[in-house]
Design a protein around this ligand. Structure first.
Ligand SMILES: *Cc1c(COP(=O)(O)O)cnc(C)c1O
Length: 459
């Protein structure tokens, strides 16, 4: 029952006893199981109960949220170490505290791995997450006294991120922000329109990248537009970093002045952020992160990032990235066959945005029904949605997590059918319970990374 203790304590006492389970159950037979350790239970049993419940939830539900994933045991062990005890303001070999010899090695290792994996000239691994990374880049690239403080990014309703200048984000408070959209009929980025708007608005920074865009992003085309209007190009690859690392999405790195990313989405690391940039921007961007916006880096997270980057450089990870897209395409086909229209008519990446109203449900009703049926997703505006963002027409799903568990195209057929069943049967408790049972049965056969025996009891 106190499964969490393995992660909480293992690293202090018995690192070698953690056995990472393969997502393929047949490979796990006979492997040693972990001894639950009890420090957290002794200190805070209430918390342990809550974490154990969350573990069971994550184990048995089909996690379809495209921005989530399952970090490996190795990543989680790294994040649960004594590295959390250390202050390291500054950068390697230029710190404001003593005792940095090992921290410097760890941060340098993470940086070197990121540079080599993505072919970047300069990397900063200190941003606390994706949003702070974006603010740091804008702050670094736009001098305080510059006449031009304008940023132009994809609007939230069209699939952009809050931090691309959306009105409730601080990025629109500190900079003059405008937003481009997508084509009203194809839902695709319309580069002629973006070019025209960029030439008219004349931004200091053109931002590309998205949080709900199911197609390949043409970073080279964005670079041309940025160059033509004299803007710097920032590419936010938070959602697709793992696809870029795995070679199934073109890289923004050669095209953009700076690339930001989270580390916990398709890249499958701990929660964190990174900035990759051209050498000419290295100093200003580093200064914007620290001391501009942040204090001490989260060294335990940096270590987890280093592990994730090592994992992402393997052949297995390339296969993983390919399978994410293969699964996404397979799932998209099933959903369409079930009568659910997809934004842009399909997918090229890990993400699918479907219009639930075709089955008579709002996005909120659909995602609620799916949740009751063990299918975890989030409601989302579709481009040119007539409904409010609080109860939009769409549901956003994706395949990174299920693919991490080892599910393939054959299982996507079930998942797609269950999604449609849950939405159609949203008012029928029997249907929702039946689907939930089937989802849990299937999930129990595909152990996620990061879970070791004994597995959680079925909730
Ligand atoms: C997730 C995401 C972010 C923000 O990341 P947080 O870690 O949640 O701050 C930024 N940009 C894009 C495109 C994202 O998808």
């Amino acid at each position: 029952m106190h499964r969490i203790l393995r992660h909480a304590l293992v690293m202090t006492f018995d690192v070698r006893r953690v056995i990472c389970q393969s997502p393929r159950p047949e490979l796990n037979a006979g492997k040693e199981t972990m001894n639950p350790l009890n420090a957290l239970a002794a200190t805070d049993p209430d918390l342990v109960t809550m974490i154990a419940a969350e573990e069971a939830r994550q184990f048995y539900t089909a996690k379809l949220i495209p921005s989530e994933n399952y970090a490996s045991c190795a990543v989680m062990e790294a994040t649960g170490t004594v590295l959390t005890n250390k202050y390291s303001e500054g950068y390697a070999f230029k710190r404001y505290y003593e005792g940095q010899q090992f921290i410097d090695q760890i941060e340098t290792l993470a940086i070197e791995r990121a540079k080599s994996l993505f072919g970047a000239e300069h990397v900063n691994v200190q941003p606390y997450s994706g949003s702070p990374a974006n603010l740091a880049v804008y702050t670094g690239l736009i001098p305080r006294d510059a006449a031009n403080q304008r940023i132009l990014g994809l609007g939230l309703p069209a699939g952009g991120h809050l931090t691309h200048g959306w009105k409730v984000s601080a990025t629109s408070r500190f900079f003059q922000a405008a937003q481009y959209g997508v084509d009203p009929t194809t839902h695709l980025l319309d580069f002629d329109a973006i070019r025209a708007q960029a030439l008219e608005f004349n931004p200091a920074i053109l931002i590309c990248g998205a949080t709900a865009y199911p197609r390949v992003i043409d970073f080279a085309r964005f670079a041309e537009i940025a160059q033509e209007c004299g803007a710097l190009l920032v590419a936010d690859m938070a959602h697709i970093a793992g696809l870029v690392a795995g070679g199934v999405h073109p890289s923004p790195v050669p095209h953009a002045d700076a690339v930001t990313t989270t580390t916990h989405k398709t890249l499958r690391g701990p929660r964190g952020g990174m900035i990759l940039c051209k050498q000419q921007h290295a100093a200003t961007i580093d200064r914007a992160v620290f001391p501009g916006l942040q204090g001490g880096p989260h060294n335990h997270t940096t270590a987890g990032i280093a592990v994730a980057l090592k994992e992402a450089a393997t052949h297995e990870f390339r296969m993983y990235a390919h399978q994410i897209v293969a699964n996404s395409r397979a799932l998209a086909e099933v959903l369409q066959a079930e009568g659910l229209p997809l934004a842009t008519g399909g997918t090229d990446n890990h993400l699918i945005l479907f219009d639930a109203t075709a089955l008579g449900a709002t996005g909120k009703q659909a995602s609620k029904a799916m949740d009751q049926a063990g299918l975890e997703a989030n409601f989302n505006s579709i481009p040119f949605d007539r409904r409010s963002p609080f109860d939009p027409s769409g549901v956003r799903i994706g395949t990174p997590s299920l693919t991490s568990r080892g599910l393939k195209e054959a299982e996507m057929a079930h998942i797609g059918k269950w999604i449609a069943d849950a939405i159609r049967g949203r008012e029928d408790a029997n249907v929702l319970a039946r689907v939930r049972g089937e989802v849990f049965d299937l999930m129990a056969q595909f152990v996620p990374p990061g879970f070791v025996r004994p597995y959680p009891e079925r909730p």
